[in-house]
Ligand binder design. Structure first.
Ligand code: GRF
Length: 209
């Protein structure tokens, strides 16, 4: 059983989707060990506690990046976290943080990377006029929205869309994509070749109990 650590800063719908998937048996190999927010007003913290999960507030305001990251990493290690899911965590991780969990940090981004990295990706895609957008779950490396891609889902941009309706349909796909990506990581039947995350035969598993 792998321990997940969820980092969030806001409403936490991706966190809820992961928790629902676990409760429904769709991620049989994992449990949520800890939920951490860097923002005191993140609704995701209260949601986590209501579900009976441990949730911590580790405020980042007025702290240097690495000082805050050290507190977060200490909490993750204390809860024996194997895999970290960034779920709307509005903070760039320091290289030091990334190095503490090599290949074990996932992020979800609401565009088809490498298009539209950074903030307000759905609005960027809408304004650009693309006909297809979507979401990406990727491994986190030291660059923003950059690591190897685990799962992508496409979403058509309709003529009737505005940026809100598009973002809502992307979000539905995010919730599906994150569960798939976590299962791929914890099953371990993949290797990363250059930028490519390639699925292996079941017999070549990477993580053993
Ligand atoms: C999502 O759109 C995610 O892709 C992005 O931040 C948003 C978080 O939403 N990284 P939520 O807090 O999970 O509802």
């Amino acid at each position: 059983m792998k321990n997940l650590g969820i980092l969030l800063s806001g409403r936490g719908s991706n966190f809820v989707a992961i928790a629902d998937s676990i409760d429904a048996g769709r991620i049989p190999g994992a449990r949520i060990a800890i939920v951490i927010s860097n923002r005191p007003d993140a609704p995701g913290v209260e949601t986590a506690r209501k579900r009976g999960l441990q949730a911590l507030l580790i405020p980042s305001k007025d702290k240097g990046r690495e000082t805050h990251d050290r507190e977060v990493v200490a909490a993750l290690k204390q809860h024996e976290v194997d895999l970290i899911c960034l779920a709307g965590y509005m903070r760039l991780l320091s290289p030091w943080f990334v190095q503490q969990f090599p290949g074990r940090i996932l992020n979800i981004h609401p565009s088809l990377l490498p298009s539209f990295p950074g903030l307000e990706a759905q609005q960027q895609a809408f304004a650009y006029g693309v006909k297809v957008s979507g979401c990406t779950v990727h491994l986190v490396d030291e660059e923003l929205d950059h690591g190897a891609i685990i799962v992508q889902k496409t979403v058509p941009v309709l003529d009737t869309d505005d940026e809100h309706t598009l973002a809502a349909r992307i979000l539905e796909q995010e919730h599906i994509a994150y569960t798939e990506a976590i299962n791929i990581l914890i099953e371990g039947n993949y290797e990363v070749v250059g930028r490519r995350l390639v699925r292996l035969q079941k017999s070549e598993v990477k993580w053993k109990e």
